[in-house]
Design a binder for this molecule. Structure first.
Ligand code: GTP
Ligand code: MG
Length: 280
């Protein structure tokens, strides 16, 4: 039953002046109503979440983004969808999707970045990416400090940076260590083992453990950082996440017919690795 309707309003017994609206119109006024008010407000406003994918060239960043959102994020006409291989990403670009679930709106922006590591000298290959992340912080801050600022400042700051680690099976390479150290000082980083289908389950587990050890020894503070451990429930959840980091990912951009069902997946000699999408 709706508590708002059941509880008599503390104001309803008082006579209301003819010029002020009756309190019943405003609903129940009490501390317990604050949660509902916040929920209604949050649902109306929706949420903004911005993800960026970063990593060496050819690790499947663009494919992964397409897999997750089952949509192509490079410039193309609708007729191009699902046709041909994913082109190499040559410049940093973002695409926004508005997702709605049970009345809750999420404005999701994914920023795809060109792969690095192709040059003979990869010094400063992180500059364009860090420049973009810092630029978004700066833009938001400039809006926030205005005396007559907008009621809702569009949030284009990168909330999460997914870092693709090449599936070497050994350990983090010096270039990845340097890049990760810089990124972690600026943004929440979630490292993932790219093209994980190229490793056996055993190789993948050993690789994961070696990466966890590398992250610790090189003081790379990935998400979730210790500062998110204040609440006991969060601490338990965070420790479970830390055990699974880096996550292993497999991306796919082709659909296949399996038992009369169309699935997005990677076709291998041994079968099809089905890629879960945001719609499945
Ligand atoms: N085996 C395997 N191949 C993959 C996977 N994901 C993508 N690929 C393939 O890897 C190639 C490169 O994929 P992209 O998504 O363009 O890689 P990228 O990281 O965006 O590359 P850049 O744009 O150059 O940075 C394509 O041929 C993909 O089909 C995966 O999970 N496993
Ligand atoms: Mg790409």
């Amino acid at each position: 039953m709706d508590p708002l309707r059941r509880s008599p309003s503390p104001c309803s017994s008082r006579p209301s002046s003819p010029r002020t609206p009756p309190c019943e119109m405003l609903g129940y006024v009490g501390i317990e109503a604050v949660l509902d008010q916040l929920k209604i407000k949050a649902m109306k406003m929706g949420f903004e979440f911005n993800i960026m994918v970063v990593g060496q060239s050819g690790l499947g960043k663009s494919t992964m983004v397409n897999t997750l959102f089952k949509s192509k994020i490079w410039n193309c006409t609708p007729l191009d969808l699902g046709q041909g291989p994913v082109p190499q990403t040559l410049q940093l670009h973002s695409v926004t999707h508005v997702i709605e679930e049970k009345g809750v709106k999420l404005k999701l922006t994914v920023t795809d970045t060109p792969g690095f590591g192709d040059q003979i000298n990869n010094d400063k290959c992180w500059d364009p990416i860090l420049g973009y992340i810092n630029g978004q912080y700066e833009q938001y801050l400039q809006e926030e400090i205005l005396i007559t600022r907008q009621r809702h400042i569009p949030d284009t700051r990168v909330h999460c940076c997914v870092y693709f680690v090449p599936p070497t099976g050994h350990c983090l390479r010096p270039l990845d260590i340097e890049f990760l150290q810089r990124l972690c000082r600026t943004v929440n980083v979630v490292p993932v083992i790219a093209r994980a289908d190229s490793l056996t389950i055993e190789e993948r587990e050993n690789f994961r453990q070696r990466i966890q050890h590398n992250l610790k020894t090189h003081c790379i503070d990935v998400y979730p950082q210790k500062c998110f451990d204040e609440d006991i429930n969060d601490r338990i959840l965070n420790s479970k996440i830390r055990d699974r980091i880096p996550f292993a990912v497999v991306g796919a951009d082709q659909e296949h017919l399996v038992n009369g069902r169309c699935v997005l997946g990677r076709k291998t000699k041994w079968g099809i690795i089905e890629a879960p999408t945001s719609k499945t």
